[in-house]
Design a binder for this molecule. Sequence first.
Ligand SMILES: *Cc1c(COP(=O)(O)O)cnc(C)c1O
Length: 403
Amino acid sequence: MSKSKKVIEHYRQVIDEFKTSNICKVERVILSPQSADIDVEFPQTSPTKKVINFCANNYLGLSNHPAVVDAARKGLEQHGYGMSSVRFICGTQDIHQELEQKVSKFLGTEDTILYSSCFDANGGVFEALLGEEDVILSDELNHASIIDGIRLCKAHRYRYKHNDMNDLEIHLQQSMERRFRMIATDGVFSMDGELAKLHELIKLAEKYDAILMVDDSHATGFIGKKGRGTHEHFGVLDKIDLITTTFGKALGGASGGCVSGSKIFIDVLRQKSRPYIFSNTVSPVVVAGTIKAIELLEQSTELRDKLEVNTKYFRQKIKEAGFEIVDGFHPIVPIMIHDAKLVQQMARDLYDEGIYVVGFFYPIVPKGKDRIRVQISAIHEKHHIDKAVDAFAKVGRKLGVIK
Ligand SMILES: *Cc1c(COP(=O)(O)O)cnc(C)c1O
């Protein structure tokens, strides 16, 4: 044990800095299944409380859907709990391949490879496909897992200005001497619920012979008429080379992720991608649940349709109440407050009113862009949303955010 005084002192300071800065993360504890109405405990501060959940990625309400839970239970009974092996040794079951085929069909791609998370998918996709002769052009607001995945790869990298196609094009022009170019972007940027400009990205990718990679974690299951994702929304179903996505958000929300796209790339990933080769895949329980989640979406668009209706309704009502929001159609609805202190007070007061939302403030978002981020779900009923809007109006008036 090397817990010298010096070591302990150092890490105590690290923790103290977190505590005195604005970014110390304190976890609330949910005592019920993930749903619209949940029981939450905030250790030491407040006793167990029933609140309406507006901060989960449970976009379609599948996290505790009876059909998904039932399928997961059957998966457990029929396929056991764990694999105790990586895929290429003896860790692949029939249902893992079934899920890969299901995902390919749902996303409209040639092939799919599973990872134990989308973080791992992004950690394994770049290094396996690109080397030091190549270049990756990455949106500056991309998810942490894309940033980390790129770090693991020897390719040169450029961070282009957020959604700025001119800046991207300049970097593409400057990288024509490289062997391959890859553009990497979030399909939906999670702070603003804003979509990547897929049309223009595809044009640039074609013009400069670049591979296009889109992380659709905040889109798979509900964006697009059938919920296939941003590529369906933009009508470019077969134009994306690589899609990475998660099963940990709309598709049941347990865990797991994948890379889906051109078969040639997936073939290479199976041979070379380190998180796939050296880490266990998704548990059979989760595989069975995710298969059912996708089947539900194939059978009917009811859930994503309801999410769309709910989102429209909330966006309209919250604007009518006098709040400023970032316009759009994504179920992520940022309510702009422009003041870090006010955001924190507002989130606390809303919680007291039984509305569970999270504030994002500097340094998590740029100074002056402080906001409450609301996430709408298909599991919300009109009365949930009405209650939230009323609480927002009450707290907003009290704090002087609205008149
Ligand atoms: C949530 C998220 C991830 C991580 O997904 P996990 O499966 O939980 O690892 C990756 N990328 C984006 C864009 C995300 O929003």
